[in-house]
Write a protein that binds this ligand. Structure first.
Ligand SMILES: O=C(O)CCC(=O)C(=O)O
Ligand SMILES: [Fe+2]
Length: 330
């Protein structure tokens, strides 16, 4: 894994102040970051009014890295209070930053939420939680969170994943690997473009895991109009059911993703924006502190209307009964 520097987009002080001030006004008016239709409408209006410099920084990912880090926002370590012990305890903690995340998300597309994830909230809290140390979810710590496409099991998964850092004293890195940087033989690309295996709902979706319908086989790779894309989550893919040829090609893809993977240790105020069609992300193992000073990220997911980066066959998938909630009617 390399630590090669990711592309950075730096907000100037005025743009950063504008975002924090707008978020503060919205929070003062609503008293919560829990979204109502009224709050979402206000977010859309305010996002549309953001200055040109901010909008320029929020243009689509435009390099083969498939991601960028937005710098320049600030987090007051004292004001945000202690890191919550779990997402369920987070509620409105650091709610002003939830609003900043929503403004950024709405400026880039259509924020989404899931009824079955973190109480249906549009901004998730990613913190280590007691009892989840070994899980393959954002609540884990002791284990490597293996590289994955966010919500890979679902056809309505995000186009963009945003991770905003509140606190990260131990400099624990998120990992990111772009399909546009791997070297694969054409034959492997052809093999992995065949729908041969399903991707099952991950452990963050308890209800979906009990869904009775037949899991659809989906392709791992797909050539969209602007290049190769991937849909990849080995921890939830029954590879033992694959043909030896498919499994071998999948293993070569995994090895290539590991080779090109970069480690991004976010500092407070930084927001990592990952193109979920180009990049798989994960997290290195770490020892949770469980003393209120743990690593704390805010996460938001965004659909980009009109984007043609998904195989048309996905439209017929059942998504294991999980309904996506879009902030705005498409
Ligand atoms: O903790 C991280 O850096 C990433 C966790 C993750 O996979 C996610 O929040 O989707
Ligand atoms: Fe993730």
């Amino acid at each position: 894994m390399s630590t090669g520097a990711p592309p950075v987009r730096r907000l100037d002080a005025a743009s950063s102040a504008e975002l924090h001030r707008t978020a503060g006004e919205i929070l003062a008016a609503f008293g919560t970051s829990a979204t109502s239709p009224e709050l979402l409408a206000t977010i859309a209006e305010s996002a549309a009014d953001l200055g040109g410099a901010i909008r320029e920084h929020l243009r689509p990912v435009d390099t083969d890295d498939g991601l960028f880090v937005l710098r320049g926002l600030t987090v007051d370590d004292t004001r945000i209070g202690p890191t919550p012990a779990s997402w369920a305890e987070a509620g409105d903690r650091a709610a002003g930053h939830d609003i900043v995340m929503l403004l950024l998300a709405a400026a880039m597309g259509n924020p989404i939420a899931w009824k079955g994830q973190q109480g249906g909230r549009f901004v998730h809290n990613i913190v280590p939680a007691v009892g989840h140390e070994q899980a393959q979810t954002g609540a884990s710590s002791d284990v490597l969170l293996s590289p994955h496409t966010e919500d890979a099991f679902h056809p309505c998964r995000a186009h963009l994943l945003m991770l905003g850092c509140m606190r990260n004293h131990d400099h624990i890195a998120t990992t990111a690997a772009s399909i546009r940087k791997v070297r694969l033989e054409d034959a492997d690309i052809a093999t992995l473009s065949r729908p041969e295996l399903p991707i099952l709902p991950d452990d963050a979706y308890f209800e979906a895991q009990g869904f009775a319908g037949e899991p659809p086989d989906v392709p791992t790779l797909w050539r969209s109009a602007d290049g190769l894309t991937l849909r990849f989550d080995p921890a939830y893919t029954p590879l033992e059911k694959a043909t030896p040829a498919y499994r071998a090609a999948y293993e070569r893809l995994e090895a290539e993703l590991a080779r090109v993977s970069v480690a991004v240790s976010l500092d407070p105020g930084e927001v990592l924006v990952v193109d979920n069609d180009l990049v798989v992300h994960g997290r290195v193992p770490f020892k949770a502190r469980y003393d209120g000073t743990d690593r704390w990220l805010k996460r938001a997911s965004v659909r980009v209307p009109g984007r043609g980066s998904r195989p048309p066959a996905e439209a017929a998938e059942h998504g294991y009964g999980q309904a996506v909630t879009k902030a705005y009617a498409a």
